[in-house]
Design a binder for this molecule. Structure first.
Ligand code: BES
Ligand code: MN
Ligand code: MN
Length: 458
């Protein structure tokens, strides 16, 4: 089985790469309305690609935002059904000047495909369409497949939530399969068993009713930027713990057995620091780096601005200061509750000299996926067969808010079957995806379907 799949991939690899490069050329940035038509073009491209490999039905479903591409290949209603989810929208490519080659003109260099979306998530999503092609060409898929590909993941999946709630019947399946996460390394494959949630807020501080001369008023009137810095600094203490009252109340502590298991994953601190160009790491006392990103909540300023930031010096005591702040959450924190706790605390701690406004952005719940399900075991076996190694379960620090929603609305568990690497630089300039990962991922996905169908059938 594995040999047949491999030889098909060998024979068709150039075309498989060309097709992905074509998709990567479409700048489907969901956050920026300037690219609205391109997002639609990407949807149309996927519709055609699905049609070509031989799905029964495919439609581009319009929403209040960007469309959802939905397709089905039903072999036999009595067979198990796998619902594949992916997102064809990408993050903005800014700052463009930091890219070695233009973000929407993909190139292959050192066995990696460089482009915005190469790994997150066009490359990983397209593997599933090519996996279906192989199954169609080598007989027929051993199970039914449904595809739900959205164009709004990077902006919070607001319309997908509505789509899922309205189409719960149609989306009936046995498991959800998502390739939108990372493995430890190509030498140490892994399967993600948990994702962090997200609370994202924007804060605005207002001091005096206009920008002031910093000499005439400085020292007597509160500077909202100074105040904001102090407030933000107080949100994390010297032990690296977040000071918002109640923030940790619902955090699930892992047992020492679970922590020992996590510690078995290989991690090279020196290499980690070298790759990031840092001389030291930092985080919550009492937790390893893997734990700090996998099972512990965090608070980070994502952007901060105000006053004069142009060329030269302008002496000004600004009227306003702003920041965007994200909190990554772990089970069983609730993102809406955390947003409320933040808002209450942030307003309460502000001095009388400033007014505070807190605006929540999109958020999402954390998710853990079971490691003892048939689907997880099928995924594990597929990795073993294709990579020659049993994959390690891991917890990823990123968020895919829709995973918790799938469980809530559809009652379905997800297998996070990602093949990216942390070094792929998703969301950053020079995002890439390994040609090896792309092709090996396709093979592993085909094997998953066979394993899952066989295990379910018994
Ligand atoms: N694919 C990522 C999430 C991810 C990355 C999970 C790496 C695990 C490992 C996804 O596209 C993403 O970027 N999600 C956003 C959240 C969303 C609401 C904008 C994130 O994590 O910041
Ligand atoms: Mn993604
Ligand atoms: Mn992303």
């Amino acid at each position: 089985m594995s040999n047949q799949i491999k030889s098909y991939i060998d024979q068709h690899q150039q075309r498989f790469l060309d097709e992905l490069m074509e998709l990567l050329r479409i700048p489907s940035v969901s956050a920026d309305s300037k690219f609205k038509d391109d997002v639609q073009k990407a949807a149309a491209y996927l519709q055609a690609a699905l049609e070509k490999v031989g799905v029964d039905t495919v439609e581009v479903c319009l929403t209040a935002g960007h469309p959802i591409v939905y397709a089905e290949k039903i072999i036999d209603p009595t067979l198990p059904t796998v619902l594949v989810y992916g997102h064809y929208d990408v993050q903005p490519a800014d700052p463009y000047e930091l890219w070695d080659s233009p973000p929407f003109e993909p190139v292959i260099k050192d066995h990696k495909i460089y482009a915005r979306g190469a790994c997150d998530d066009k490359g990983q999503l397209y593997m599933h369409i090519k996996a279906l092609e192989i199954m169609m060409q080598q007989g027929q898929p051993p199970c039914n497949l449904k595809f739900m590909l959205e164009g709004e993941e990077e902006v919070g999946s607001g319309n997908l939530e509505i789509f899922v709630r309205e189409n719960a019947q149609r989306l009936a399946a046995d498991v959800i399969l998502i390739s939108d996460t990372a493995i430890i390394s190509n030498e140490t494959p892994s399967i993600t068993a948990g994702l962090r949630g997200l609370s994202y807020v924007e804060v605005e501080l207002t001091g005096p009713n206009r920008d002031l001369h910093s000499g005439v008023y400085g020292g007597a009137v509160a500077n909202p930027i100074n105040v904001l810095c102090k407030m933000i600094a107080s949100l994390i203490d010297d032990q690296g713990r977040i000071t918002i009252p109640g923030f940790y109340d619902k955090v699930q502590e892992l047992t020492s057995g679970q922590r020992d298991e996590m510690a078995e994953a290989p991690f090279d601190l020196q290499q980690y620091q070298t790759e990031l160009g840092i001389a030291a790491i930092q985080g919550e006392d009492g937790y390893s780096t893997i734990e700090r990103t996998g099972i512990r909540p965090t608070l980070d300023v994502n952007g901060i601005w105000g006053g004069y930031t142009g060329e030269g010096a302008k002496t000004v005591l600004p009227s306003k200061a702003f920041a965007k702040i994200s909190m990554r959450l772990v089970p069983h924190q609730d993102h809406e509750e955390i947003t409320e706790l933040f808002t209450g605390h942030f307003k309460a701690m502000a001095p009388a000299s400033v007014k505070v406004k807190v605006t929540p952005h999109h958020g999402g719940q954390p998710a853990v996926t079971p490691t003892d399900s048939l689907a997880f075991q099928a995924a594990s076996k597929a990795f073993e067969e294709a990579w020659g190694k049993k994959p390690i379960p891991t917890r990823d620090g990123g968020s895919i808010p829709i995973v918790a929603l799938f469980e809530e609305v559809l009652g379905l568990q997800t297998v996070l079957f990602g093949f990216g690497l942390d070094s792929d630089a998703i969301h950053s300039p020079n995002e890439s995806y390994g040609v090896f990962n792309y092709l090996k991922g396709i093979e592993t996905i085909v094997l998953f379907h066979h394993q899952f169908a066989a295990m379910k059938g018994n």
